[in-house]
Design a protein. Structure first.
Lengths: 193, 98
């Protein structure tokens, strides 16, 4: 009796598992197509684009009494922008020695001059490296370098909105050539106005 | 007198309702008609200190996150949390006392 019962439970469970697997395959295999098909059955809510003062796009709709708006970001969460507000890209080779996050007096003077002239409300400082050494090491080095730049900024009266290090994860050029790697070793400064 | 007014009011409500579903969501109709790309924004600072674009366009209000090029929130410190700054009520001639 118990044997037969457990057998029937087992066969039911394996049946459920098979259905779940089939559903998972169907979802992962054809997800984009399904999304397009369901969209055609909805009511028409075609948005237009509003460009914010930073130059980035937002979806906007006016439904008579109500208004709706949301940022236009791609599927990776990166905003769609017509222009950027990166106001300075510092070549790391000119500010730091290899593997170091220390800025010499010359570099400090250059940065001080930059922050005095940029005259923004606040700044986001973002460090990047090339792809040599480990990812973890580069994440740490890029953050330390960004922090060094931020310290100079604060000393010169600038307000810092955020400091980040992206290591080798956001390359500007391919790391296959020496010139590409040099372009990737950089500290970006975003000016918020 | 009142007996006349109530049906009149009902008719008025029905006439407005009969406008039905607004087909084109990309324009603002009526008194201050315009394409929605013309909206004027200010900045609202949320309780975490991060910026959002805020637009008061008469009957409609819009709010959308301010993001940097990496998709992270911009927290500029332009104003204290729970405050708004900028010309966000300037886009419409429709009076909006609140």
């Amino acid at each position: 009796m118990t044997g037969r019962l457990s057998k029937s439970i087992r066969s039911t469970l394996s049946g459920i598992a098979a259905v779940a697997l089939a559903v998972a395959v169907a979802i992962t295999g054809t997800a984009p197509v399904m999304a397009q098909q369901t969209a055609t059955t909805g009511r028409d809510y075609t948005p237009t684009i509003w460009v914010d003062p930073d130059g980035c796009e937002h979806w906007v709709m006016d439904d008579g009494w109500e208004g709706y708006m949301t940022p236009n970001v791609n599927r990776q969460g990166i905003p769609v922008c017509r222009r950027g507000n990166v106001c300075g890209v510092m070549n790391s080779d000119q500010l730091f020695a290899t593997d170091s996050a220390r800025i010499g007096p010359k570099g400090k003077a250059r940065l001080a001059n930059f922050f005095r002239q940029a005259n923004a409300l606040s700044y986001i400082i973002v460090g990047h490296t090339d792809s040599r050494a480990s990812d973890q090491y580069n994440m740490d080095l890029s953050l330390r370098r960004a922090n060094s730049v931020a310290r100079v900024a604060v000393k010169n009266g600038a307000r810092i909105a955020d400091v980040r290090g992206y290591g080798e994860r956001m390359p500007r050029a391919p790391n296959s050539t020496a010139a590409g790697m040099q372009q990737n070793r950089r500290v970006e400064i975003i000016c918020i106005r | 007198m009142t007996n006349v007014k109530i049906p009149l009011l009902l008719v008025a409500v029905l006439v407005v309702a009969a406008c039905g579903e607004k087909r084109n969501k990309t324009v603002d109709r009526g008194i201050d008609a315009k394409h929605l790309s013309q909206l004027k924004a200010g900045i609202w600072v949320d309780p975490n200190g991060c910026d959002h674009w805020i637009i008061d366009d008469g009957a409609e209000g819009y709010l959308s996150q301010r993001l940097d090029k990496f998709g992270k929130p911009v927290c500029s410190g332009v104003a204290p949390p729970n405050t708004a700054v900028g010309p966000f009520k300037k886009g419409s001639t429709v009076p909006d006392p609140i």
